[in-house]
Design a protein around this ligand. Structure first.
Ligand SMILES: Cc1ncc(COP(=O)(O)O)c(C=O)c1O
Length: 368
């Protein structure tokens, strides 16, 4: 039986008529950008995430760019971030004219290692951008302390971790601004590109809203140079329909993770960990195997038509576009090791017990 890495059809089937109705309403009003659907979604999102305000934007990448614009990060600044993440984390820093400073990850959580951040602090850093990778929050207690000790801004890349918690608070609400992505593969997904910035400070919220719309303070009066980071009304309306189901979908991901945990226990694979005090939302269920085995296991699963992903095979400090930063193979050994060992399995809500068993059987056959 073929098993996809992601199947959104089960999630959409029960909501399809509400989603079509939302589309009809927007078509009738011709209000395609921002508008009431956005205001309503933003209020619901802020409440769900446990923060003062949410500002809907055009993508997760734009949420990061807008957050940095809002915090005044630009040329000459350094921003500490993880090398083991999707390209947008480091790419957005470089697009601001700032320098990404890649710091190695914790070998167990695969998130930024706070001890390594301490070592990387120079007089230049302006901010830290922790990434809550695969749905597990970074160590925000220690990162927050480092940031306050060194007067650094914190932009949380929460693209993969809506609903994840650490020390009783949701990822994305610890720092100055939290950035969400609603790309279609994400735990809460739009039918296209969309994102949001989470914030707990009204003056930052005001600046986010202004910069989202070309820095406009009143119609055709531009206080700052911003950009077009607006969310489509349709995406906001569709996300608003889906948001009340997020908790159920997260529970389903967590149940699938628990099931994998039981069924993979006797196989030579390292399973993802949920540290005490954290809630993992399993955007990905990422196992680790010996580097020399990973690609063979991948080929075996491909042959069995079992979906998987390798997120991410090349860490950011080894990307050609960042060669000028001076790091090379061996500079960040934990990130490099993770890139050679990881493999993510289907974990989406709606994955059936039979499909999950098929994935486990595929892996088990490989090792026997
Ligand atoms: C960690 C991380 N950061 C940023 C992004 C960028 O989000 P988007 O694709 O919505 O621009 C993504 C999503 O792909 C991501 O996984």
């Amino acid at each position: 039986m073929a098993v996809p890495i992601l199947d959104l059809s089960k999630q959409h089937a029960p909501l399809a008529s509400a989603m079509r109705e939302a589309f009809d309403q927007i078509l009738d009003t011709s209000q395609f950008v921002l508008g009431k659907p956005t205001v309503d979604f933003e209020a619901a999102l802020a409440q769900a995430c446990g923060c003062e305000a949410a500002v809907g934007v055009s993508s997760g990448t734009d949420a990061l760019i807008l957050a940095m614009m809002t915090l005044g990060i630009g040329a000459g600044d350094e921003v500490i971030t993880s090398p083991f993440t999707f390209f947008a984390s480091g790419g957005s820093i470089a697009r601001m004219g700032a320098k990404p400073v890649f710091v190695d990850i914790d070998p167990v959580t695969m998130n930024l290692d706070p001890a390594k951040i301490e070592q990387a602090i120079t007089p230049q850093p302006k901010a830290i951008m922790p990434v809550h990778l695969f749905g597990l929050a970074a160590d925000m207690a220690r990162i927050g302390k480092i940031a306050s000790d060194h007067n650094l801004k914190v932009i949380e890349d929460t693209a993969q971790a809506i609903g994840a918690t650490c020390c009783g608070k949701q990822a994305g609400t610890f720092g100055d601004i939290g950035c969400l992505s609603f790309y279609p593969t994400k735990n809460l997904s739009a039918c296209g590109d969309a994102g949001a910035c989470l914030v707990n400070d009204s003056s930052l919220e005001e600046r986010l809203r202004m910069l989202r719309l070309h820095g406009q303070s009143a119609q055709y009066l531009h206080e700052h140079v911003g950009g077009n980071f607006r969310i489509d009304a349709l995406q906001a309306a569709l996300l608003h329909i889906k948001l009340p189901h997020l908790e159920t979908w997260t529970d389903a991901r967590r149940n699938n993770a628990a099931r994998y945990g039981e069924l993979l226990a006797d196989l030579p694979v390292e399973r993802p960990l949920e540290p005490v005090g954290y809630t993992h939302v399993y955007h990905q269920y990422t196992i680790r195997v010996e580097a020399e085995v990973r690609d063979k296991l991948a080929a075996h699963l491909r042959e069995k038509q079992i979906g998987f992903g390798v997120f991410y095979p090349v860490p950011l400090h080894l990307q050609p576009c960042f060669a000028g930063l001076g790091q090379q193979e061996g500079s960040l050994p934990q990130a490099e090791k993770a890139a050679r060992q990881v493999l993510s399995l289907p974990i989406f809500p709606g994955l059936t017990e039979d499909q999950l068993q098929e994935v486990v059987t595929g892996i088990s056959e490989f090792f026997h």
